[in-house]
Design a protein around this ligand. Sequence first.
Ligand code: BES
Ligand code: ZN
Ligand code: ZN
Length: 496
Amino acid sequence: MKISMVSSRTKCTAGMVVLFAGSITKKKDPEMTWLSHFPSELDKARITHNMPSHFKGDAGQSLFWRAEKHSPAILVLGTGSNKKLTAENARVCSATIMRVAKQEQLKSVRICSPSSLAANEAAIGFTEGLLLCDYKFTTFKAPDKNDVAVENIEVSVDKFSMSLNKIVETNAIIADATNFARWLGDCPGNFMTPTQLGQEAENVAKGTKLKVTVWDKKRIEKEKMESFLGVSYGSAQEPKFIVMEYKGGPVKQKPFCLVGKGLTFDSGGISIKPSGGMEEMKYDMCGGAAVIAAMSAIAKLKLKINAIAFVPATENMPGAAANKPGDIRKARNGKTIEVNNTDAEGRLILADALCYACEQKPGMILDAATLTGAMVIALGNTHTGFFSRNDDLSKKIDRAAATSGECVWRMPLVDEHVKDMKGYFADLTNLAPSRNAGSATAAAFLEAFVEKDIPWAHFDIAGTAWNVGNRLPYAAGKGASGAIVRTFIEMARAYK
Ligand code: BES
Ligand code: ZN
Ligand code: ZN
């Protein structure tokens, strides 16, 4: 699908024209500035008179019709009484545009961007929204003969400049990366094994300045990552530790560092999960997927920064050699951990990855993980919760998320949570004494593996990594969402 920005004076040849109307109170007295966008071949008066009365231009309303055989179909989208529209409005509108275009099997669309939406916001929002809506997970399905691809979308604005197409290019890379993370997440566990995830990281790096190294079990043993390894012992799949490096900044710049949970299937291990809904645990690598995808975008955008990423990848299975409740493992930094619940495995694999990340002396570490069910209880699938004791970093995260359009919410992390993770037989336990504030105690556990002076934030994407379509029109109803990819990319773009 090709998206381009054009001047509103450019002749329109598309099969469908998309117009926008603000809320109107009286039919005879509408603020129909959008009528001026109509292609001249359409009879304005006739359309005005034929306008169905239910359509008031309220946000979320839409009106579709074909005027005549040879004229384009018309889709009018309500924008409500908002004076100023944002990129997020454009993302939301994109969902209706793509749905109608697909339904009507229209290959080309002209979107006449409303004047209440700044041209750069239109370029960002429509590019991302349209591409995110164009994603469908079909890898393991016979092709759908009725599925006609939308080939060409032009977004016209009054104040056109060439730089708008540069924005389209940038945000297409960001949307493609998000869709790539979604694809990694949607793939089933029998295919997206730790080995395959490493392979995908290598593949996506081809033709870019990204260097990818995938450590095998032997190397992981040599690196003394026993906490990570312990999780893998119950599985027939070999664990992998994925390392991605990108050098685009000054030699002396401390790297921007990402860490992601790459649990390709979480059965819970010996502390096995209930069978209902267990198939969703293929998504337990979505943190790792987000990190791999964000790194690919950093390289494709040729950002002038240094960046590194680490993804510990394994299954959590109840095999004969699996972690048993009560087992004690020693992490890379020498701290010992009582594994009192084998299902709290994400923190175990991240512990070693965070130790290793700190040794690289990064300027900041951001980690993403589908870490706790408690996160879903706390924030549902609306916000990704993040934990950081660093106010300055937290402000940067809020700013980046405001730009990316993702909803994030800062959560508390205090010494009380740290106390809960003290072990009885070992330095730490992976299981807090109570389920309360379960995502905060998990964050406190991770903190034990991060050096104090390194700005660090942990993102628990358990609620937002999949099935968010009920709240986000531009996400699939079912399937991975690519949560936090766009915010991580914005953090990288703002990194100094
Ligand atoms: N991957 C799960 C967390 C999860 C659960 C994410 C549901 C999304 C939806 C994680 O490994 C896990 O099982 N955590 C346990 C920890 C508990 C045993 C302390 C949980 O949250 O129940
Ligand atoms: Zn688990
Ligand atoms: Zn898990």
